[in-house]
Design a protein around this ligand. Structure first.
Ligand SMILES: [Zn+2]
Ligand SMILES: [Zn+2]
Length: 229
């Protein structure tokens, strides 16, 4: 048993946050599974029959995203869960998140998008150092999804929770750039799916989509673990 494991057993014993059942940090049956596409602006749920442009015609002027897929509803239980994973060292949850992602890949994405690249929302270096890990990348690393870190964070943004919508948007302008390593490769990319943990206002995803579209990528979708409706 390594030190980290011993540390986790003491400081993060396995009890469900919600029903206190022993053995797991969280019973995933407490979550509200959506597994659906949504318009990123008005959150209209989209019947996933044929996926071309999910964002409604009227909403397209307001976003760079062509659609968003979300696995769970962002409710109180999910908030507790993601907080525990990000800030309270419940690293083991990564396996559960990755498993849910794998299911999405097997059941939905495989048929909808023939060729696409998965791109994680990047975190600023100092934040990763504070937390000790890149919580978004870690989920992808543990999943079957192939991903490329095409985006990089070039500006350290203020914590989003404390600002209003207008401040959020201003705060995010110029937050992302293209990783030099992929400058040539992205010329041949047609479809990209951005991955983030949650979607609330969608400002972060939209800013990331803007950078990708301005660099010639035609279809930009997003996949999040949870969405606020
Ligand atoms: Zn439970
Ligand atoms: Zn809409």
């Amino acid at each position: 048993m390594n030190l980290i494991k011993i540390f986790l057993d003491i400081f993060a014993p396995k009890y469900c946050f919600s029903c206190f059942k022993k053995g797991k940090y969280f019973c995933f049956e407490h979550l509200n599974v959506l597994n659906s596409f949504f318009c990123p602006v008005c959150n209209l749920r989209f019947p996933a029959v044929e996926i071309k442009k999910i964002t409604c015609k009227n909403c397209r002027k307001k976003t760079y995203l062509d659609g968003i897929f979300s696995i769970f509803l962002l409710d109180e239980n999910f908030e507790k869960l993601i907080y525990a994973y990000k800030y309270k060292y419940y690293y083991d949850l990564v396996n559960e998140f990755s498993e849910y992602l794998n299911n999405v890949l097997d059941e939905n994405f495989k048929y909808l998008f023939k060729n696409f690249i998965f791109v994680p929302i990047p975190s600023y270096r100092t934040k990763i150092n504070e937390r000790g890990f890149d919580h978004i990348k870690l989920i992808l690393e543990n999943s079957k999804f192939k991903y490329k870190e095409i985006l990089k964070k070039i500006k350290n943004t203020k914590p989003q929770a404390k600002s209003n919508l207008k401040e959020r948007k201003e705060n995010l302008i110029g937050a992302f750039g293209i990783n030099e390593k992929f400058k040539d490769e992205i010329k041949n990319l047609k479809t990209v799916v951005i991955f983030d943990d949650i979607k609330t206002t969608g400002s972060t995803l939209n800013e990331a989509a803007k950078v990708l579209k301005n660099n010639g990528i035609k279809n930009v979708f997003a996949l999040t673990l949870a969405i606020k409706l």
